[in-house]
Design a protein around this ligand. Structure first.
Ligand code: PLP
Length: 388
């Protein structure tokens, strides 16, 4: 059994990390990495590579492609040919490459806001329009949920070159259902919009939730999808920068690979080692324990907010270790992110970076020990109680 209540001290790192960015005394609950060490099989594999001593160039190779393909079959009974797997130095570079390959100055990138801040950077990096398709928020008691407005979805997405889907969704924690995925895909196909599905959080499933990749819905849909997966969030190795694009359709894969080649993008050898072990199945016991711990953290968060933070609304995420808190009905004046940084010494993620709908909200990272989660929430509660 892994003890997720004990975590290493990251505050003395020379480089900037989650724990050093905001300086001493600030409890970091912002960037999406967890406080837990990676599972032992990955660490052992990296140690073996280090003990060998030679850190030469390495290329992904067929074995790794087969490992990724086997993982898809194991998790979803999704059969993909190993050659459809392309290694990329992370998922942000993966969707940026896809946007370079498939967007134009007229047909840009459609995104469902509020959504992962890096999605908002594509427009400038690629010089293409961004088309926001806001998800529609509703509140019951203090619980918030979001849904797709289908008319709006169709009206907006048809102007895009790519629909950049975030599933599971960051920061809202939604796992889109098969029905929703099918409907989104049918609309995209009807209007000749390619789908890039960022599925980086797909193995961080809370409760006993199940996940279906967009491309797994049908062979027809698969032809229109670039799927992005990585071990980075699941096994907490984001600093190794290794991800994979799964592109069964050769007509999409070739332009994608061409862009990668033009940009001379490569994955570092340690990332490749970690990915092979992560996707081999050797860490699945650890992952099941992690997901149970995160589920209990999610429940703790929702319960704490409900009991002790009057006026604050929260999502109940289906997946990820990210919560989304709404302070628009509280007496906090201005940005809750600034308020909690100043008054509670807690660094959250500013809601507005996920889109303008995020004003008055913050994202909270609960991928940490229960004790630190409790401390963060207590600091926040006290700061709110002290508003005069
Ligand atoms: C939805 C989503 N995509 C991509 C990333 C980052 O991917 P990478 O570090 O592999 O570029 C994150 C990190 O938080 C994320 O939440």
């Amino acid at each position: 059994m892994t003890n997720f209540n004990i975590v290493p001290d990251r505050s003395k790192n020379f480089n900037l990390t989650k724990w050093t960015w905001y300086g001493k005394g600030i409890l970091p609950m912002w960037v999406a990495d967890m406080d837990f060490p990676a599972p032992k099989p990955i660490l052992d594999d990296l140690r073996t590579a280090l003990d060998h001593g030679v850190l030469g160039y390495e290329i992904p190779g067929k074995v790794l492609q087969e490992t990724v393909a086997a993982r898809m079959e194991h998790l979803y009974k999704w059969k993909v040919a190993p050659e459809s797997v392309v290694a990329a130095p992370g998922i942000v570079s993966g969707f940026t490459i896809a946007a370079r390959a498939f967007c134009t100055p007229k047909r840009g990138v459609a995104i469902q806001t509020p959504v992962y801040n890096e999605f908002h950077e594509v427009k400038e990096n690629v010089d293409t329009p961004q088309i926001d398709i806001p998800l529609v928020k509703s509140v019951k008691g203090n619980i918030i949920s979001y849904e797709i407005d289908w008319d709006l979805f169709e009206r907006r997405v048809k102007k895009a070159g790519i629909f950049l889907l975030c599933n599971p969704h960051n920061p809202l924690g939604i796992i889109f259902s098969r029905r929703e995925l099918t409907r989104m895909a049918e609309i995209c196909i009807k209007h000749k919009v390619m789908i890039v599905s960022d599925e980086i959080h797909s193995e961080l499933l809370l409760d006993d939730n199940k996940f279906t990749p967009m491309a797994r819905i049908s062979r027809e849909i698969e032809k229109h999808v670039v799927t992005l997966v990585a071990p980075s969030k699941t096994f907490n190795v984001p600093g190794l920068f290794c991800g994979f694009a799964i592109i069964p359709n050769k007509d999409l894969r070739e332009p994608f690979e061409k862009e990668m080649h033009h940009l001379r993008l490569h994955v570092a050898s340690m990332g490749l080692h970690a990915a092979r072990t992560a996707f081999s199945g050797k860490c699945d016991g650890w992952l099941a324990e992690l997901n149970r711990y995160l589920t209990a953290n999610r429940d703790f968060l929702v319960d704490y907010v409900t009991r002790y933070m009057p006026g604050v609304c929260t999502t109940i995420p289906d997946a990820t270790y990210l919560g989304w808190l709404d302070f628009t009905q509280t007496s906090i004046d201005g940005s809750p992110f600034e308020f909690f940084k100043e008054k509670a010494k807690v660094a959250l993620s500013e809601g507005k970076i996920f889109g303008k709908e995020g004003a008055g909200h913050v994202r909270i990272n609960f991928g940490t020990t229960r004790a630190l989660l409790k401390e963060g929430l207590e600091r926040m509660r006290k700061a709110m109680e002290n508003i005069s």
